[in-house]
Design a protein around this ligand. Structure first.
Ligand SMILES: Nc1nc2c(c(=O)[nH]1)N[C@H]1C(S)=C(S)[C@@H](COP(=O)(O)OP(=O)(O)OC[C@H]3O[C@@H](n4cnc5c(=O)[nH]c(N)nc54)[C@H](O)[C@@H]3O)O[C@H]1N2
Ligand SMILES: Nc1nc2c(c(=O)[nH]1)N[C@H]1C(S)=C(S)[C@@H](COP(=O)(O)OP(=O)(O)OC[C@H]3O[C@@H](n4cnc5c(=O)[nH]c(N)nc54)[C@H](O)[C@@H]3O)O[C@H]1N2
Ligand code: SF4
Ligand SMILES: [Mo]
Length: 739
């Protein structure tokens, strides 16, 4: 691995490990900014409105944007610190090239571009077009997401394009499409406020979507009951009416049993089921043997709690069900989602005020980015790349011959497997750090080193970028105009606050130049981001994710527009399904039978403990940005392993003892965090760190057969106390884990 060319070492030496932000106190001009730019937080799917302060073309601070309707000025710990990333001394300030054994050297854009293009052409000529793959990410705007879908198919001419939403939203998307024919949460969060029962499954909202908690607290003030399904008593479960401490992997047994109880007690909306759904009979047939004893054994939730939850949910008048990755990161992620949707459909409480369902989108543009074509099987407007009509329509919009449109490609983790098999030889990635975020990452590292040529477009030298031959210095969220679509389905405007610093370039410009040099320049000539958006509008027209009626002006005037929005005079659709016309071919909502099956790796004598992974409030994803912001590091400096006191006693482990965690894939050491809030049979490790601090050395690469999401949320491990204490020096090392 190569050494960093940046000044990190010097900063650490001079200012200590926590000075991972510009060490001078304060930012010049934060009291007298040149301008305030209304935009959105660059991190999670809430996309909170924020005003960035700009001084001398640098971000100097922020102010709350009180008028933005979703968050009304509220921000979480990450949102209030994110302004520190743009000026950060670790930014890659121009293109760099790997020099074997030495590190990275700066190179000119001309050299970076010409070398990249000649390697793409060489590899494609030698091994075929699909041997050059692309991976992308949905921290990128709709405009860039759309352009990447087109870039891979039209300029690179490869089928193998996929994205980091494959690790995130695809199980939810798969379930939503099967049940409703459309992949979006059915309601805006406004419907939460007067829901009488709120069920949240596998979503640590207080830490992962902090500004959304305000809506739940408002509902609580209005008398709502709260049911939380999570192996951990996460912060907002501590005030819940019912906390169901499910064993990782047990959700579909739990939800199946709840459905059976609802059927047995006739807590059903027969009119809705009969007139607006299909598949009910097969669905209840699948759960007919799910008695409470069985459900308790399989799900790990005491049977009285299962019954109470079914009763509370079954008898409610208004309700909202939400879930996130806790139920989706499984080899049965789609089935888990469907078993939740079955509970919603059985009550008919959808498409009505204060009644709804939502999967909480994770990444900043996790919603818009999964609609416009950088999934391996998708074309813009959430069209299907294998559908002849869809291919024809998009080929016309792109001005290409349909027979030149590649077919379905491999998903993200499958691409890694294809590199190992020697089928993929070259790769370009943008906005994705798979070496930290993919499961079983020792296998991922080997794959990256097998590539004949790898180019990475990022803003920091991520763990993955360090394996690239060339790294192109791209732009951050605040450095390029565009739109994103929030977890609610609201399209909002991102404004360019500052230009990219130094010799960095806007991502969109990098892609356009590459397309031009690959001979497709006439199809990638967009003077402004709005021009890309206007083409996206046409490309999405008539698709299920229809943006045709959304314009930049409308988005700005209304502080967001909810898709679908099929015509310019259409106001947008905050609440779906009010007309009871679902987007499925028969217009009905579909129940889907779900038969419980266990996780792909269950505990045994050798690996007796359940390992689950996830997040903490102050760190974001693979941590490239948040692991460089000192105050966020202070809040949670290194990954800790949460363990229940009973299990800790069993192993003779005390708080902060260093424990070796071993799975069939690898091993790593983590200080123990002994807490009563986790199940006795399960340990939890956050995954935001790289190198030897990475939880993904341990996780399993098994995928859901439909969505191809990895099983991040459950595998089997063993714990080996090391006899050492987690120490301060480790804190320093955690910060430096990418060095
Ligand atoms: N602070 C912070 N916020 C973020 C992010 C971040 O990295 N940091 N990332 C954003 C992104 S991309 C995403 S996808 C979201 C993720 O948001 P969440 O899904 O809320 O986050 P996770 O921590 O991955 O998992 C949520 C919960 O699932 C529980 N869980 C584990 N296994 C199971 C299971 O088998 N069943 C059930 N029911 N629960 C289980 C865990 O205990 C955990 O509390 O957060 C977004 N917001
Ligand atoms: N064990 C375990 N693993 C997990 C999960 C888990 O719960 N447990 N969660 C999974 C989930 S839900 C997700 S979403 C993935 C996320 O995994 P990744 O997508 O790999 O994580 P990011 O940190 O978003 O990586 C994005 C990269 O893009 C760069 N970047 C950010 N913004 C921009 C931009 O505007 N332009 C450019 N060019 N680059 C940019 C960042 O510096 C970073 O290097 O991780 C997954 N991995
Ligand atoms: S809740 Fe999400 S979007 Fe809002 S400030 Fe926090 S990280 Fe940013
Ligand atoms: Mo995610």
């Amino acid at each position: 691995m190569a050494k960093l060319p940046t000044s990190v070492d010097k900063i650490i030496k001079e200012h200590g490990p926590h000075a991972a932000y510009p060490p001078k106190s304060g930012f010049e001009g934060s009291h007298e900014p040149d301008k305030l730019v209304k935009t959105h937080c660059c991190y999670c799917g809430m996309q909170c409105g924020i005003k960035l302060k700009v001084k001398n073309e640098k971000i100097a601070g922020f102010e709350p944007w009180m008028e933005f309707p979703f968050n009304e000025g509220r921000l979480c710990p990450k949102g209030v610190q994110r302004y520190m990333q743009n000026n950060h001394p670790d930014r890659i300030m121009g293109p760099i090239q790997r020099v074997e054994g030495k590190g990275f050297d700066p190179i000119s854009w001309e050299k970076a571009m010409s070398k990249t293009v000649s390697e793409i052409q060489r590899i494609q000529k030698q091994y075929g077009n699909d041997a050059f793959a692309m991976l992308s990410g949905v921290s990128l705007t709709n405009e860039k997401s759309y352009m990447i879908g087109k870039f891979a198919r039209v300029a690179l001419k490869t089928a193998n394009l996929d994205y980091n939403g494959r690790l995130c939203m695809v199980s939810a998307g798969g379930g939503n499409k099967k049940a409703f024919g459309l992949d979006r949460s059915s309601n805006s969060w406004a419907d939460l406020k007067h829901a009488k029962v709120i069920l949240v499954a596998g979503a640590n909202i207080s830490e992962t979507f902090p500004t959304l908690t305000h809506y739940i607290w408002q509902a609580r003030d209005n008398g709502a009951k709260l049911i939380v399904v999570d192996p951990r008593e996460i912060p907002f479960a501590r005030t819940a009416d019912l906390h169901l401490p499910v064993r990782p992997g047990g959700d579909s047994a739990l939800f199946g049993a709840m459905l059976k109880i609802m059927v047995d007690n006739d807590w059903l909306d027969h009119d809705f089921i009969e007139n607006h759904t299909s598949g009910f009979e097969e669905t209840i047939e699948a759960v007919k043997d799910y008695d409470l004893e069985w459900a308790e054994k399989e799900s790990g939730v005491p049977k009285d709690l299962i019954y109470k939850a079914a009763k509370l949910w079954g008898e409610a008048n208004t309700s909202f069900l939400m879930h996130a990755r806790g139920i989706e990161h499984h080899t049965k992620g789609v089935e888990n989602v469907l078993s939740c949707i079955n509970l919603v459909l059985a009550t008919g409480r959808i498409g009505k005020p204060y009644c709804g369902y939502g999967t909480i989108t994770g990444q900043g543009n996790g919603q818009g980015g999964r609609e416009h074509g950088h999934k391996c099987d998708q074309l813009p407007g959430n069209r299907d790349i294998t559908n002849p009509e869809h291919r024809k329509y998009i080929s016309e919009v792109w001005g290409i011959d349909e027979k030149d449109m590649p077919g379905k490609g491999l998903t993200a983790y499958e691409q890694i497997e294809a590199i190992h098999r020697g089928e993929i030889k070259g790769m370009i990635s943008i906005c994705f750090n798979p070496l930290v975020s993919l499961p079983n990452n020792n296998y991922v590292r080997e794959a990256l080193e097998k590539l004949e040529f790898y180019i990475n477009i990022d803003t920091f030298l991520s763990e993955t970028a360090r394996h690239a031959d060339i790294v192109m210095a791209g732009s951050l969220h605040e450095e390029e105009e565009g739109t994103v679509t929030t977890a609610e389905g609201r399209v909002v405007k991102i404004n360019e606050a500052v230009p990219p610093p130094g010799n960095c370039r806007r991502d969109g410009e990098i892609l356009m130049e590459l397309a031009d040099r690959l001979g497709a320049g006439n199809k990638f000539s967009y003077p402004t981001s709005e021009d890309i958006f206007n083409e996206l509008r046409v490309a999405s027209k008539g698709g299920t994710a229809d943006y045709y009626g959304i314009t930049y002006k409308k988005v700005v005037d209304n502080m967001g527009v909810f898709w679908p929005c099929p015509s310019e005079d259409h106001p947008g659709t905050p609440r779906l399904w009010e007309d009871r016309k679902f987007a499925t071919p028969d217009g009905k909502a579909h129940f889907n039978p779900v038969k419980y099956r266990p996780a792909s790796e269950v505990t045994d004598k050798e690996f007796p403990v359940v390992l689950t992974t996830g997040r903490v409030v102050s760190q974001y994803l693979s941590g490239t940005s948040t692991r460089r912001i000192g105050k966020l590091i202070d809040q949670y400096p290194e990954p800790l392993m949460e363990i229940h006191p009973k299990m800790a006693t069993l192993y003779g482990i005390e708080d902060r003892d260093l424990v070796k965690v071993k799975t069939r894939r690898g091993e790593a050491e983590f200080p123990a965090h002994v807490v009563e809030t986790i199940r006795e049979d399960t340990v939890f490790i956050p995954y935001h760190w790289g190198g030897k601090f990475s939880a993904n050395q341990l996780t399993i690469g098994n995928l859901d057969p439909v969505s191809k999401i990895p099983e991040f949320k459950v595998c089997a491990c063993k714990l080996i106390p090391t006899g050492k204490k987690g120490s301060e020096t480790r804190t320093e090392t955690a910060y430096q884990s990418w060095l």
